[in-house]
Write a protein that binds this ligand. Structure first.
Ligand SMILES: Nc1ncnc2c1ncn2[C@@H]1O[C@H](COP(=O)(O)OP(=O)(O)OP(=O)(O)O)[C@@H](O)[C@H]1O
Ligand SMILES: [Mg+2]
Length: 667
């Protein structure tokens, strides 16, 4: 515990009562958690009885590696450090029998979920509005996050609740039939399970003797229920959080849970941390002043002994292309001037769509980068197709996967056939796959259609059988060969280059899955591997391989809990940060917290940037600088006054510096 301040030390050594550590950014909350894990182990609690929960996979990995430095491998055996959702999945997998599920569980992503709801709306006995599928989906998700079960939803006084509750109930029933869970279910099902099966809960309480939760401000009602159930009246837990960094209201996060703890656990001890160890004084001052415009549940002050630091730069650009180029160039210049690493830099933005131009510019400057979150790899059609095949192999009842690939590559199985198959399966309460083999289907469909469906079903069954027995990844390769997937991709690509890129993605996917399967010397089953991959996908896509010296690109949401010496917070414009929707809904406070999270990621230097024009829906529009810029201490900001160059000189200069930097980089 060397180097901890007195409050941190108190937080680490408090074991006899439930503990809440509430403190601002960079004050060492996460550090308290890692030190406490090591302390618990030193005090004699076996690691297998300790569970630490964080919000993203990245944070979980980071925490594991920090703990790894504080204790030896042997004593850490069995320690659980995971996300809430991964813990939920683990509970569901282990207790699948009590939940009346089969072992091979499919995880539905947003698209799958919407597809199922759309089907239910179309075929349901109730008159739902097909235009409203998005709204139904959002409402059901909201209920799940607030721990409202279908029967309780039906009794709510909200307008239209009774109707949506019927859909909610049907949705849950179908998910069960498909042996599938969605993102929200990963928390909801364990809570329902523990409430209904006291014996199962007892076992888990016995196993989890101490629970630690990071980023507690972002837990929703259902997650809070899970914490309460797991820790019971003993309240053996430490939760740490910062109400100013609550940025998941849209996913049902309730910062009031912080206050609620006091009511539910009268013995709760609260410790505040006030020293910031992360950021230079000016950065901290800017963050404090900005967030001072929000109302507070807990008053806290933060000070830093790190020195004043350089002024915060504010860059203005002509448009978003200029923004991306200038920042990429800035990073290269800075790196060579200060002999830093690429990994020291992060570019943070409000929305995923902002990443593309930065990617392009960084590539132009040969700067290695890594993108966290957002629609990247897993959004590609070919990746989704292959994943759907794998999902179907491990769980043939996964209707979303079935529908995605039953006619990919083309098997002359058209919409009418699928419509009839769907109706039949619905009547019989079975999956589409199971329906293919039923004799009764022959009454609904012509013989050749039935035959085509069965041939597909048999191929899947046969391959599944072989993956279970033999060399899984070899069988998968054979499957892709047998269905002629390469040809299919070629036919559906504009040119050979695009086709190559798509094969490359498929290859990368399979290599990555193989690495997951064999990670830590394990030999995971295909079912386990696919579930793990889906979980990474829905959680924070493609965060697995972030090793290496690379510039980080990510959304403000994904940046939570992380820190970088040099941070660029880009797109600081009205309607972008704060986001248009939040302005419309009068929810500026959440946007301000997001900006606060962004600013407090920076250790040494912070650069803010905005554009005077930006392309929106294909049109160039004028942008206003973000109101948050005006809320910062103006004395600490620096607005470099750039002389406008004529376009030709600019282009020349751009070319020259590009060549110069490339040659520097290749040295
Ligand atoms: N007592 C300490 N002495 C020196 N450095 C510390 C101390 N406590 C924490 N730090 C360092 O300060 C930085 C911020 O700590 P940490 O990430 O734990 O803060 P946090 O409160 O979790 O921040 P956030 O709210 O952003 O998640 C880290 O680099 C950490 O190693
Ligand atoms: Mg933290």
């Amino acid at each position: 515990m060397n180097g901890l301040n007195p409050q941190q030390r108190a937080a680490v050594t408090t074991l006899d009562c439930p503990l809440l550590v509430i403190a601002g950014a960079g004050s060492g909350k996460t550090r308290v958690i890692t030190e406490k894990i090591a302390y618990l182990i030193r005090q004699g609690t076996p690691a297998r009885h300790i569970v630490a929960v964080t919000f993203t996979n990245k944070a979980a990995r980071e925490m594991k590696s920090r703990v790894g430095k504080l204790a030896d491998d042997q004593s850490l055996r069995g320690l659980t450090v995971s996300t809430f959702h991964a813990l939920g999945l683990e509970i569901i997998r282990r207790e699948h029998k009590s939940l009346e599920l089969k072992a091979a569980i499919s995880i539905f992503d947003e698209q799958d979920r919407q597809a199922l709801l759309r089907e239910l709306v179309r075929h349901g006995d109730h008159r739902f509005d097909p235009e409203q599928v998005d709204a139904y989906a959002a409402r059901i998700s909201r209920w799940k996050n607030r721990f409202v079960t279908p029967d309780r939803a039906g009794m709510l006084a909200e307008p239209g609740a009774a109707e949506t509750a019927v859909l909610y109930e049907a949705y849950m029933r179908h998910m069960k039939a498909y042996n599938a869970v969605d993102f929200d279910d990963l928390i909801l099902l364990p809570v329902m399970l523990f409430q209904q099966h006291a014996d199962v809960l007892d076992e888990w309480r016995n196993q989890i003797r101490y629970l630690l939760v990071d980023e507690y401000q972002d837990t929703n009602q259902t997650q809070y229920e899970l914490i309460k159930l797991l820790t019971g009246s003993l309240g053996k837990f430490t939760v740490v959080g910062d109400d100013d960094q609550s940025i998941y209201a849209w996913r049902g996060a309730q910062p009031e849970n912080l206050a609620q703890l006091r009511n539910d656990f009268p013995r709760l001890k609260v410790i505040k941390l006030e020293q910031n160890y992360r950021s230079m004084g000016r950065i901290l001052k800017a963050a404090n002043q900005l967030i001072g415009n929000n109302p507070h549940i807990f008053e806290k002050r933060l000070w830093s002994a790190m020195g004043h630091g350089d002024p915060i730069r504010v860059l203005k650009h002509r448009d978003e292309i200029a923004e991306a180029r200038q920042i990429a160039a800035d990073i290269v210049h800075h790196k060579f001037r200060h002999n830093t690493r690429f990994g020291d830099y992060a570019i943070l933005y409000r929305g995923n769509h902002q990443s593309r131009l930065f990617e392009r510019s960084l590539r132009e400057f040969s700067v290695p980068y890594h993108i966290s979150g957002g629609m990247s790899f897993f959004g590609y059609t070919e990746v989704k197709d292959v994943m759907a095949y794998l999902r179907l192999l491990v769980n043939p009842d996964d209707d979303a996967a079935f529908l995605r690939i039953v006619n990919v590559p083309r098997r002359e199985i058209g919409p009418t056939t699928l419509e009839k198959l769907g109706q039949y399966a619905n009547r019989r309460h079975i999956s589409l796959y199971a329906a293919c083999f039923e004799l009764g289907l022959e009454q609904s469909l012509p013989a050749n259609a039935v035959q085509r469906l069965r041939r597909f079903g048999e191929h899947i069954a046969d391959t599944a059988d072989r993956t279970a027995r033999g060399d899984t990844f070899k069988v998968i390769d054979e499957l892709l060969g047998a269905i002629g997937y390469e040809n299919w991709v070629r036919e559906n690509s504009n040119d050979a280059k695009a086709a190559e890129r798509k094969f490359g993605n498929v290859r990368e996917l399979l290599d990555w899955l193989q690495r997951i399967a064999e990670k830590d010397g394990e030999n995971r089953s295909l079912a386990e591997t696919v579930a793990k991959a889906m979980l990474l996908d829905v959680l924070d896509r493609n965060q697995e391989d972030d090793a290496g010296d690379r510039v980080s690109l990510m959304t403000l949401h994904a940046a939570k809990g992380l820190e970088f010496p040099y941070v660029y917070l880009v797109g600081m414009e009205e309607n972008l940060l704060p986001h248009q929707t939040s302005i419309d809904e009068d929810n500026i406070e959440e946007e301000r917290r997001l900006a606060y999270v962004g600013i407090t990621r920076a250790r040494r230097d912070l650069t803010l940037s905005y554009c005077s024009h930006r392309k929106r829906y294909g049109e160039m529009i004028a942008c206003e600088p973000s109101r948050f810029l005006a809320e910062l201490p103006q004395d600490d900001l620096e607005w470099p006054d750039r002389q406008p160059l004529d376009p030709e000189t600019k282009r020349e200069r751009g070319r020259a510096s590009l060549a110069q930097m490339r040659s520097l980089l290749s040295d």
